[in-house]
Design a protein around this ligand. Structure first.
Ligand code: FAD
Length: 317
């Protein structure tokens, strides 16, 4: 069976959920192999995590020499790993960095590339959701090893035990790939909230908050939820861009999505409409978001949210 390389999404060796989603999809195409680019000492921990989702092999590429550079060395590393292998596909979690890696890799391997897929079929046909989710298209790579980046939350991770054999792979990175160097990195301040794309519950605020995200954050915290925002809220500088939900932000598909003071523009819907249960709080009963919801509350968020948070707190005892 052909191998399918899956680039591991991780933070300092802690594997993130999109990896498990991609391994689940990869099993349709062939035999999944995880590719971990990071500190070699974390290789076994990563292998223990990904083997539960079907990774037969775990290629460990020690990034000690390349972590101070931008994406070019990672593209070279994947190219060197791919050459000479019988590969059914290379899957990467969609992120700005990984899409650049995928683009560079596609040029190096002479392969076709599909970005932001939301599904991948057994024959390599990728589904994309385009024009703010108003159209679905399918595409298939016609040349080389298909390279596909897949959006987070596109598949439900399913466990499948495999060997997870750690296979160190040494790369030789060219000088040309070392021409852009990272000078400084500063971690974002920890909020204690779950990551937006991985959270089971997301509470998002929009322009209707008037810039006061306190009630949104209080509700999120009582629910153990992540906080999201509409582009209007982000563009106003009320919330960081990393929390934007929508066509040009993050795609989320939580169990519960609460949209607060958000009108429901098509570009916002594109990032949240596949959420399992959608609740909106909006003072305008004509707001388009109310056409999409399972439960809608027509009212002022500054009244509704504190009441809701208080009630949940009371019931939690
Ligand atoms: P508004 O549309 O102004 O809605 C505010 C809502 O709050 C209204 O429904 C109002 O009734 C309600 N409200 C006001 N006060 C209260 C109150 N006190 N209590 C309760 N409700 C109240 N948008 C995104 O979100 N994500 C994207 O990724 C994105 N990408 C885009 C890409 C492109 C190319 C373009 C052109 C646009 C994009 N947009 C995106 C912008 C999008 O079109 C909307 O402008 C934006 O989503 C509106 O944000 P909003 O709902 O917060 O604000």
């Amino acid at each position: 069976m052909s191998e399918v390389l899956v680039l591991v999404d991780h933070v300092a060796g802690t594997v993130r959920k999109p990896t498990y989603e991609l391994l689940t999809l990869a099993r349709r195409l062939g035999e999944p192999s995880a590719v971990f680019i990071g500190g070699a000492e974390a290789g076994q921990v990563v292998a223990d995590a990904v083997k539960a989702y079907g990774a037969e092999k775990v290629y460990v590429i020690d990034d000690t020499d390349i972590r101070d550079y931008l994406v070019a060395p990672k593209a070279e590393a994947l190219q060197q790993l791919a050459v000479g292998k019988d590969l059914a596909a290379i899957l990467l979690p969609s992120s700005a960095e990984n899409k650049e890696i995928a683009g560079r890799l596609a040029v190096k391997l002479g392969s076709g590339l599909i970005t932001d897929a939301v599904d991948v079929a057994a024959d390599g046909t990728a589904t994309q959701s385009v024009f703010a989710g108003s159209h679905t298209l399918t595409a298939k790579v016609t040349k080389g090893v298909p390279i596909i980046t897949v959006k987070p939350n596109s598949a439900t991770p399913e466990e499948s035990a495999a060997d997870g054999t750690v296979t160190p792979f040494v790369v030789t990175v060219s000088e040309a790939a070392r021409t852009a160097r990272v000078e400084e990195t500063r971690p974002r301040e920890a909020t204690g909230r779950p990551e937006l794309t991985e959270a089971a519950i997301v509470v998002s605020g929009g322009r209707g908050t008037g810039g006061d995200f306190g009630p949104v954050e209080d509700l999120a915290d009582v629910l153990g939820a992540a906080v999201g925002a509409s582009r209007a809220a982000v563009d106003s500088g009320w919330m960081p861009h990393t929390l934007q939900v929508g066509q040009t932000g993050k795609t989320v598909a939580p169990q519960l999505y609460v949209a607060v003071g958000i009108s429901g523009a098509i570009q916002h819907r594109a990032g949240m409409q596949t959420s399992k249960t959608i609740v909106a709080v909006n003072k305008d009963e004509e707001a388009p978001i109310l056409d999409l919801v399972d439960f809608g509350v027509v009212g002022d968020l500054h009244t509704v949210l504190p009441a809701l948070t208080g009630e949940i707190n009371k019931r939690k005892g």
